[in-house]
Design a protein around this ligand. Structure first.
Ligand code: PLP
Length: 392
């Protein structure tokens, strides 16, 4: 028998390209090479493809096509949302965000604070990783221009009550941005229904291509450009469009829209089987984050006594053919540091280094979950004596 296939359980880091997305992109990587700003046939074909993708992304977010601004991904969408909305707001402006946001939001807030004198309030979360709408209400000031709270966290998978948060922010006269990079395609979010005013999304988290994303914005006039040039994307994002990737993002959005409901039920089934299997077979294993308010395929696990060893555990699983990540950070060079997300949930410094993030996606199967459940207990069992020695 040939060696078993590797198991990819790191869909929150990036998700495999759907073959249907690849097929949609291929003509625009090969023969359809027009610049969408050109007026000839080749240009018009590219423009039409972009406008179809815009309609597909808009439909997924309950928005109108004109409310979609294509970007290079989630990071740029977050930067445009925050910096673009605060441009010219003056030194008195105030933003409310949370301690568990992705660095694309937190670092942008820090830059606005450093470079523009904007005041930033960071809300905490409870032990389950949830933001309390009451705390948002209490944090609002007359100068609050923007509230930015992620729709689902990239470490824990915990889903935030964005509709309630958005209603509070908007009733106060502030705009509500959500970084929905992890949530889009998995959780229903709609601009029309009031879930947000601005939303960031990214293609590679929904089985689309890397390097393509979008910012959805209720009113274009709310934003100033952060990239200047030829005036593409309603003047908000100059630069010749990445046509093939935008087409891929559109197709990924269409598929997510069509398949989200069934896919979600299937992933919750796999996730609960995995969680049940881990809790039953590994003494001291525990779930991190709210048990129900979580993304369908997302688990964040801790193992008592192995808290300092999540990196070793992740590498041992890698050796055994399974790709997962530590819950520590979004970048490899910070992977052994304590997670600021877990710290915000009240974990001490040691326990904040101890999470394993397992994220399932469209191409994972029940068989992979069963194989994982036969591997993990043995690996944890082997590491535990090492961990005890290192503590002694
Ligand atoms: N926001 C969240 C919550 C994320 O998880 C990520 C990526 O991991 C990003 C933003 C950045 O997205 P991108 O990789 O498309 O720049």
């Amino acid at each position: 028998m040939s060696s078993p296939q590797r198991i990819y359980f790191d869909n929150a880091a990036t998700s495999p390209l759907d073959p249907r997305v690849r097929s949609a992109m291929r003509p625009f990587q090969e023969e359809r090479l027009g610049n969408p700003s050109s007026l000839h046939l080749e240009g018009r074909i590219a423009r039409e493809a972009i406008e179809l993708a815009r309609a597909q992304v808009a439909a997924l977010a309950g928005a109108e096509p004109a409310q979609v601004i294509f970007t290079s991904g989630g990071t740029e969408a977050d930067n445009l949302a925050l910096t673009g909305a605060l441009a010219g707001a003056g030194k008195a402006a105030h933003i409310v965000t949370t301690a568990i946001e992705h660095p694309a939001v937190l670092e942008t807030c820090r830059e606005l604070q450093r470079g523009h004198g904007v005041t930033v309030t960071c809300l905490g979360v409870d032990a389950d990783g949830c933001v309390d709408p009451g705390q948002l209400r209490a944090a609002l000031r007359p100068q609050t221009r923007l509230v930015s709270v992620m729709a689902a966290n990239n470490v824990t998978g915990v889903i935030q009550p964005v509709r309630a948060l958005s209603a509070i922010a908007r009733a106060h006269g502030a705009r509500f941005h959500t970084d929905a990079v992890q949530a889009v395609g998995k959780v229903r979010l709609s601009l029309t229904d009031g879930d947000f005013d601005l939303l960031s999304l990214s293609g590679h988290k929904l089985h689309g291509p890397k390097g393509a994303g979008a910012l959805i914005v209720r009113r274009r006039e709310w934003l100033a450009a952060i990239l200047h040039g030829g005036g593409q994307e309603q003047g908000l994002r100059s630069g010749t469009e990445n046509v093939a990737s935008i087409v891929g993002l559109g197709e990924a959005a269409r598929l997510a829209m069509e398949e989200r409901a069934d896919e979600s039920v299937r992933l919750v089934g796999l996730r609960e089987r995995l969680l049940g299997g881990v809790l039953a077979s590994i003494p001291g294993a525990y779930l991190i984050g709210h048990p129900q308010r979580r993304l369908p395929g997302h688990l964040c696990l801790g193992f008592a006594g192995l808290e300092g060893e999540s990196m070793t555990l992740m590498l041992a699983l890698d050796q055994a053919g399974v790709a997962v990540s530590t819950g520590s950070a979004c970048s490899a060079h910070k992977a052994s540091e304590p997670s600021y997300v877990l710290r915000a949930m009240g974990f001490d410094a040691l326990r904040s280094r101890g999470a394993l993030r397992i994220t399932l996606g469209r191409f994972n199967t029940p068989d992979e979950v069963e194989r994982f459940l036969t591997l993990l207990p043995a690996i944890v069992g082997q590491l535990r004596p090492i961990s005890r020695r290192s503590v002694a």
